[in-house]
Write a protein that binds this ligand. Structure first.
Ligand SMILES: [Fe+2]
Ligand SMILES: [Fe+2]
Length: 322
């Protein structure tokens, strides 16, 4: 059973600089090192991965690491503000000044995280991220833009995306923790310490955000009527379909295309790699790697306590309801 920190306690922690993510970090990366654990990349879960040479796997890992940073930035820049701003006008949030304050702090912190990750990507690959260009793999497709627009438009009445936000925030913490615990990768040597340092810093604020998420979910979803709660659950499961389904135009395929652009000797294998990615839709190990109890125990405990999410496992393969 989780015990959530009170909003006052969260605000006190957020006022202590030692417990906050530092901004404007002096980032230094070494392109001889991988950026993320190999099992956080998509191709790792395909038979193609083991057939690629060391240099190809290393470059893929680095490009995928940039894409992970962009994905975190996308949630922080596009989702958090769109979701939280309308919630601040909800009577239950207005009535809880400390929670409102924690949410405002969270919005500001996410802006700083975004700047940190943009600076990290620029330090890794200035050619892909010239000044003013923070997105390379995540120029949002129409489907995602529409989804985020709907999330904002519906947030006041149907804040289903809070469940998604909580799971994603917890998974970004799990990534940072795994990088710290297992700095040595399976086949690519040691993770780059500069890249890891930015993720480690990110964890400081995120550990508080999880508690804010839990309070927002309780205040804005938990108190709704049965019909409203059921609709929130349906929309959340619909949203997951878009996340777990890999497409030809998605950011995962864009990473493969960029790899081939940079290492043209892989051109004859491009279609094989894309097909392998598309097949991940049916891969249990891959689907479980996205959402599972090890990386998101707090979010899963919230799902467990929500009767309307009883059939969540049908859409979220890694969810083992308890
Ligand atoms: Fe963040
Ligand atoms: Fe966060």
């Amino acid at each position: 059973m989780n015990r959530w920190l009170s909003a006052d306690h969260i605000n006190r922690l957020a006022a202590d600089p030692v417990r906050c993510t530092r901004s404007e970090l002096a980032v230094k990366v070494d392109s001889r090192h991988p950026f993320v654990p190999e099992d956080y990349t998509q191709l790792y879960f395909t038979p193609v991965y083991a057939t690629l040479g060391f240099e190809h796997r290393l470059r893929y890992n680095q490009l995928f690491g940039l894409r992970i940073n962009e994905y975190i930035m996308m949630l922080e820049a596009d989702l958090v503000e769109r979701l939280l701003t309308p919630l601040l006008r909800q009577p239950r949030i207005i009535a809880d000044a400390a929670l409102g304050q924690a949410m405002l702090t969270m919005i500001e912190e996410e802006k700083r995280h975004c700047a940190n990750f943009a600076a990290l990507n620029r330090a890794c690959r200035p050619d892909l991220y010239p000044p003013g260009e923070d997105r390379f793999f995540s120029r949002l497709p129409i489907w995602t833009k529409a989804m985020f627009w709907s999330v904002g438009a519906l947030a006041g009445r149907l804040p289903f995306a809070l469940w998604f936000l909580m799971a994603m925030e917890e998974s970004s913490m799990a990534l940072a923790r795994d990088m710290n615990r297992r700095p040595e990768t399976e086949t690519l040597g040691r993770l780059d310490p500069g890249f890891v340092a930015v993720h480690r810093e990110h964890m400081k604020d995120e550990s508080r955000h999880l508690h804010i998420d839990a309070h927002m979910i309780a205040a804005c979803i938990g108190t709704g009527g049965q019909t409203r709660r059921a609709l929130n659950a349906r929309l959340f499961q619909f949203m997951l379909g878009g996340v777990t389904h890999l497409t030809r135009s998605g950011s995962g395929a864009m990473v493969v295309r960029q790899l081939v652009r940079e290492m043209p000797e892989l051109a004859p294998r491009e279609e094989e790699m894309i097909q392998a990615l598309l097949a991940l839709k049916h891969s249990k190990p891959f689907q479980e790697s996205l959402f599972n109890r090890r990386i998101m125990p707090k979010a899963f405990s919230v799902f467990d306590g929500t009767p309307e999410l009883g059939r969540l496992g049908e859409k979220m393969v890694g969810y083992d309801r308890r």
